[in-house]
Design a protein around this ligand. Structure first.
Ligand code: HEM
Length: 74
């Protein structure tokens, strides 16, 4: 919550921007699921995203699918 918002850059990129960047990228779900689990840096700026190892693979996949769909309001 402190790091990402749907339509505003915070510490991490806005999810809408993430969805736009990976639109049409068939590997995005796999790549980003792995990246959210293990953390990473260098795509959006110098600040790294820490590993989110406590989140289950299934939950990460669910959230990344939602992000790539443009983070629609529920
Ligand atoms: C389970 C929770 C989280 C999800 C689903 C998530 C999702 C994402 C996604 C999809 C990206 C884009 C990665 C890319 O384009 O390669 C990203 C990047 C990023 N996130 Fe997160 N994130 C989470 C937690 C966090 C937390 C807790 C922080 C801050 C402490 C954070 C900070 C960042 C930063 C700084 C980036 C940019 C990294 C770069 O430039 O490569 N994220 N996140």
């Amino acid at each position: 919550m402190g790091c990402h918002q749907v339509d505003k850059k915070l510490v991490g990129p806005a999810y809408k921007d993430v969805a736009a960047k990976y639109k049409g990228d068939k590997n995005a779900l796999a790549t980003l699921t792995k990246k959210v689990k293990t953390g990473g840096s260098g795509v959006w700026g110098p600040v790294p995203m820490p590993a989110n190892a406590g989140v289950s693979d299934a939950d990460v996949k669910t959230v990344v699918e939602w992000v790539l769909a443009g983070a629609p309001a529920k």
